[in-house]
Design a binder for this molecule. Structure first.
Ligand code: FES
Length: 341
């Protein structure tokens, strides 16, 4: 199937809306111009936030053969910038603007073995891949990681469908995933491709071990939603001295949105930390930068004065996992001084 990356915006209708797990809404959409959804595809949806229209991307969990019905699932984010809140208000019969299925996380058919890793809501990008591999009778294992079973969407039906090919890790039950052991297992069993989608901490642990084991970079593929970081999102200030702009970025919105609202024109495209178009130059930071993009390399994140305004943030609080946070700024609000191209 051709890779579809050009958005064809069209009307869509909500056909079903019901909970899929705690805080996760399953929404079935009927697009005006159906196109089949390949595994890994997503749709962009126009969401209304405080009278403004913005775009959010949601993976297609399942699609009818002709693409006439597309199922997505939306987690109500504690730090929602408004998009997931809007999506949770949708009811059957509601209309919305949406694209056809778009693809930037394709499943390559023909690998000798597959390991699929889904963390939390990341299952939405992985479930359709597992279904296809099962139909193809491919050699695959699906690893599904979550904090608690009540927050793991589609868990029961996935267990039923994939039987002994699914491995479930639940933090609340004391069975968290050991990412290093997982990668070691993959490395020891011969060539395989690993596809993953989940929180940045999980994906980073897998990526690091993959790199340390010298496994082929091309065999590790992942999708990010650009909305999870090393630190909890907190309110911070950003200023652009050259333009006389200074504004507060609340915990529930992005720096890009705050800058736009303050009148600064920042170029952007994907708004999920992938394209790098929204990068700004950091002149000074009181606090630390929580890089949440997948555009810059680890090395660039450590040494370059650039950051992606659409997803990355500044913080003062310690890291939730106990690792050392910024020093000398505890209890204060981080202040970022930047310039834009
Ligand atoms: S707009 Fe693409 S990385 Fe920010």
């Amino acid at each position: 199937m051709a890779v579809d990356t050009q958005a064809d915006w069209q009307d869509g209708e909500v056909v079903e809306a019901a909970p899929a797990a705690d805080g996760i809404q399953r929404i079935v959409l009927r697009p005006e111009r159906p196109r089949p959804a390949a595994p890994g595809a997503h749709v962009d949806v126009a969401v209304e936030i405080d009278g403004r229209t913005d775009t959010r991307s949601y993976s297609v969990v399942r699609g009818s053969e002709d693409g006439g019905l597309l199922t997505i699932s939306v987690q109500l984010a504690a730090d929602s910038r408004g998009g997931s809140r809007f999506m949770h208000t949708l009811r059957p019969g509601d209309g919305l603007r949406m694209t056809q299925p778009l693809q930037n996380f394709p499943l390559r058919i023909g690998a000798p073995r597959y390991v699929l890793v889904a963390g939390g809501i990341g299952i939405t990008a992985i479930a359709a891949m597992a279904d296809v591999l099962r139909r193809l009778k491919a050699d695959y294992v699906l690893v599904y990681v979550g904090r608690g079973r009540d927050r793991m969407a589609y868990l029961e039906e996935l267990v039923e469908r994939h039987g002994d090919r699914i491995r479930v890790h639940v933090d609340d039950e004391g069975t968290p995933l050991d990412a290093s052991a997982l990668v070691d297992g993959v490395a020891g069993a011969g060539p395989a491709e690993l596809y993953m989608c989940g929180p940045i901490r999980l994906m980073d642990a897998v990526r690091r071990r993959w790199h340390d084991r010298g496994l082929p970079a091309a065999d590790l593929r992942y999708e990010t939603f650009g909305n999870s970081g090393w630190y909890d999102p907190e309110e911070f200030e950003v200023e652009i001295p050259r333009l006389g702009v200074r504004t507060v970025v609340g915990g529930g919105r992005s720096m890009l949105e705050a800058l736009e609202q303050a009148g600064a024109e920042v170029i952007s495209d994907c708004r999920k930390g992938e394209c790098g178009l929204c990068q700004v130059r950091v002149l000074d930071v009181q606090g630390l930068i929580d890089h949440r993009d997948v555009f810059f390399s680890d090395e660039e994140k450590r040494t370059s004065p650039k950051m992606c305004a659409c997803v990355s943030r500044a913080v003062c609080a310690p890291r939730p996992d106990g690792a050392p946070g910024p020093s000398g700024v505890e209890g204060r609000r981080a202040l970022l001084t930047i310039d834009i191209p």
